[in-house]
Every structure is written in structure tokens, then in C-alpha cells.
Design a protein around this ligand. Structure first.
Ligand code: GAR
Length: 212
């Protein structure tokens, strides 16, 4: 029997990746991980409704309420420290946190990004902006990446990636949907499961999933 691990999920919007995690937990596919807290940077995020429907405690730490990134980061950390959190998942969390965040939870923060890192990522490249940039560049393949969070935006060791085709008639919205359906909603619960099962080994930039 695996030890239950408390997971906090940070969100900013629709929360479809949070939903993928909720569904995985319900199906017993989260490796003993337990979604125990949702923190939203927006008071009206639909992700909060998803959390309520799943019975997960939720807190709002509104970005606008803080003058600096550092103060916002401290407020998020205070919410996390009030609980025994093993893993923090940035699931459509659209703000960059201060380095203090990674220092507080080294190797215990993961993020999902809607492109094949190191392409189409970094400061200012998030959400639909990523898919607009992909279409503007004309690449034929994009995808999603789940990675450990480091002090460099989207720069931490990569856990899982999956490629998704760009179609000739894609809009940013249609591409976003396909990347979510074919990659994000599959990769994120899988990465969380591997983490909770204690199967991820990190050697420099290389992450390996070892057998249970
Ligand atoms: C997702 O596509 C996620 O990968 C992206 O925002 C969307 C949130 O959707 N995150 C980033 O771009 C972070 N750099 P969701 O709220 O429905 O999960």
C-alpha cells in the first residue's frame, strides 16, 4: 500500500488540467496522490468550481492583491505551509513565482506547458499565446511538456513530452484543444502518478522513470 501524498494544485483559469487530475484520482490512477488543496490566482476561475464539485479545499490568492511577485509568492507559500504538501502542480497557473518558491520545495514542483520545450516557452509565453506563436512560426508539430520547475521559466528537467500534429486549418483555439486532449490531460496525471510512486530519478537535466 502506497503512502498517501498530499498534492496542491495551482490554477488560474478553466482548470481542465485540474479536472484531468481529479478524474485520475477518482479512477485510482494517481499513485496514492491525494488532491488536498487548490490555489487559484483568480477569484472567478472556473477551476474553483471544479474543486468545489470534487470536494477539494480551495483558496484564492489573487495576483492583483500584491504589488510584487515576491509578495505574491510569499502569500502562496503561506497557504502551502499551512498544510502538509508533498507535491505542487502548476496546472494552467499563469504567473511566474519568485525563486523562493522552488527553494521552499526543491524537486517537488511540476508544471505542464502546452508546447515541446525548449520551443515556444519562457517568460510571456503561456496559454493561447503559445499556440498563436506556434501557428505564426509555421511548425508542423507541437505538443506538451511536463517538467520540474526550476528558477528559470519553463527551464527545469523534463519529465514527459508528447508530440501533437498542427493541422493546416488550425486556429489557436482548435490547436489548444487538440494539445490538451492528446497530450496535456494524459501526461500530467501520468507524471503525477510517477512522482507519487517515487519512480522519478533526476540526473542533471535527465529525468528517468524507474520500475516500481
Ligand atoms: C493549459 O494549456 C496549460 O498547459 C497552460 O495553460 C492552459 C490552462 O488550461 N499553461 C501554460 O501555458 C503555463 N506556461 P486549464 O486551466 O484548462 O488547465
Amino acid at each position: 500500500m502506497l503512502e498517501e501524498k498530499n498534492i496542491a494544485v495551482l490554477v488560474s483559469g478553466g482548470g481542465s488540467n485540474l479536472q484531468a487530475l481529479i478524474d485520475a484520482e477518482t479512477a485510482g490512477r494517481l499513485g496514492g496522490g491525494r488532491l488536498s488543496l487548490v490555489i487559484s490566482s483568480h477569484p472567478n476561475a472556473y477551476a474553483l468550481t471544479r474543486a468545489a464539485q470534487a470536494g477539494i479545499p480551495a483558496r484564492v490568492v489573487a495576483r492583483e492583491a500584491y504589488e510584487t511577485r515576491a509578495a505574491f509568492t510569499q502569500a502562496v507559500l503561506e497557504e502551502l505551509r499551512a498544510r502538509d504538501v508533498h507535491l505542487i502542480v502548476l496546472a494552467g497557473f499563469l504567473y511566474v513565482l519568485s525563486p523562493a518558491f522552488c527553494l521552499a520545495y526543491p524537486g517537488r514542483v511540476i508544471n505542464v506547458h502546452p508546447a515541446l520545450i525548449p520551443a515556444f516557452c519562457g517568460d510571456g509565453c503561456y496559454g493561447l499565446r503559445v499556440h498563436r506563436a506556434v501557428l505564426a512560426y509555421g511548425v508542423k508539430v507541437t505538443g506538451a511538456t511536463v517538467h520540474f520547475v526550476s528558477e528559470e521559466t519553463d527551464g527545469g528537467p523534463i519529465i514527459l513530452q508528447k508530440a501533437v500534429a498542427v493541422e493546416p486549418d488550425d486556429t489557436p483555439e482548435s490547436l489548444q484543444r487538440r494539445v490538451m486532449e492528446q497530450a496535456e490531460w494524459i501526461l500530467l496525471p501520468e507524471a503525477v502518478r510517477l512522482f507519487c510512486e517515487g519512480r522519478l530519478r533526476v540526473d542533471g537535466r535527465t529525468v528517468t522513470a524507474v520500475d516500481a
